[in-house]
Write a protein that binds this ligand. Structure first.
Ligand code: C2E
Ligand code: MG
Ligand code: MG
Ligand code: MG
Length: 291
């Protein structure tokens, strides 16, 4: 196989794409090398005001840009990093790159919130809060510009440790978001002990909610509750105009999903944003209609 791959490469032929269900043949040593070689990069997906379409922020989503295998999705390597003791370094690397990117956008007059995913394993770290603050100082960002996303399930599994670290992050001024809300079997009583600023509804309650009664009820109740608790409400996985309209009706603040944009490299965002802004203007002036 290696000889065949080498021959293909010599002739400039790209290896065939892997079937989507096949795990890429990479392990911890490769991941460790990739981290050192800066092949683990954040892509950014816009978070958009549901009423106006204006982009308010982005979520940083890790990608492994493998020189031979192409792009590897985080579901393949985040668990590996967690099990192999690399998640702390990986998180700091993604956070560092995301803060550097946000600072570059700031300098060009584009002020966007940046959301970064936080593994539950970081909640046990003594040093993480300090390291996160140092990053900000290093890039002259304010903590209000950064939101840490923690999945609902990991918070309840680890409430004691989570509470301490998350409270310290909040005291520093960072935003805190409950990710994948609705899949974690938590009670509001548990979640209310943590000073969250934002609630992200899991995409399983968003995609297709327009034509499924029970999803719609869950979505609406979760949004009502979060709005009453003064949390910023975010819906992930918005794929259709019908889902979008429903979120408008239900008073969701921000939406994120393929309908608006897929995650993209930071350098692509300004030109995407220009096209998006033109599109919004055309919509306002009635020159185009939504599909
Ligand atoms: P997540 O934080 O819940 O991120 C949302 C996932 O939904 C992303 O998948 C995103 O690309 C995808 N998505 C966004 N809009 C749509 C849509 O309209 N339809 C569909 N079907 N999917 C959509 P991705 O990038 O593959 O990330 C998967 C998960 O990996 C993330 O879920 C997060 O839990 C984890 N992850 C990603 N980057 C990091 C990281 O830097 N650190 C940690 N600890 N976890 C990360
Ligand atoms: Mg997330
Ligand atoms: Mg999520
Ligand atoms: Mg998720």
């Amino acid at each position: 196989l290696a000889q065949l791959a080498a021959a293909l490469q010599r002739h400039g032929i790209k290896a065939p794409a892997r079937p989507a269900n096949e795990r890429p043949a990479v392990g911890l040593p490769e991941l460790s090398d990739a981290l050192a070689a800066n092949q683990i990069r954040p892509y950014f997906q816009p978070k958009v005001d549901v009423r106006t379409g204006v982009v308010k922020g982005v979520e940083a989503l890790a990608r492994w840009l493998h020189p031979d295998l192409g792009m590897i999705a985080p579901d393949h390597f985040i668990p590996m990093a967690e099990q192999g003791g690399l998640i702390h370094a990986l998180t700091l690397s993604i956070a560092e790159q995301s803060c550097a990117q946000a600072a570059r956008w700031n300098r060009s007059g584009l002020r966007l919130g940046v959301a970064i995913n936080l593994s539950p394993l970081l909640l046990d770290s003594e040093s993480f809060v300090g390291e996160a603050s140092t990053l900000l100082e290093h890039h002259a960002l304010s903590a209000e510009q950064v939101v840490w996303e923690i999945t609902e399930s990991s918070v309840v599994a680890n409430l004691g440790a989570a509470l301490g670290t998350l409270a310290r992050l909040r005291l520093k001024g960072f935003g805190l978001s409950i990710d994948d809300y609705g899949t974690g079997f938590s009670s509001m009583q548990q979640l209310a002990r943590i000073p969250f600023t934002e609630l992200k509804i899991d995409r399983s309650f968003v995609s297709g909610a327009a034509d499924r009664h029970h999803l719609r009820v869950i979505l609406q109740s979760a949004l009502d509750m979060a709005n009453r608790l003064n949390l910023v409400t975010v819906a992930e996985g918005v794929e259709t105009v019908e889902d979008w309209r429903l979120l408008q009706d239900f008073g969701c603040a921000l939406g994120q999903g393929y309908l608006i944009a897929k995650p993209m490299p930071g350098d692509d965002l300004p030109s995407w944003l220009r096209a998006h802004t033109q599109h919004l203007r055309a919509l306002r002036e009635g020159r185009v209609h939504r599909r």
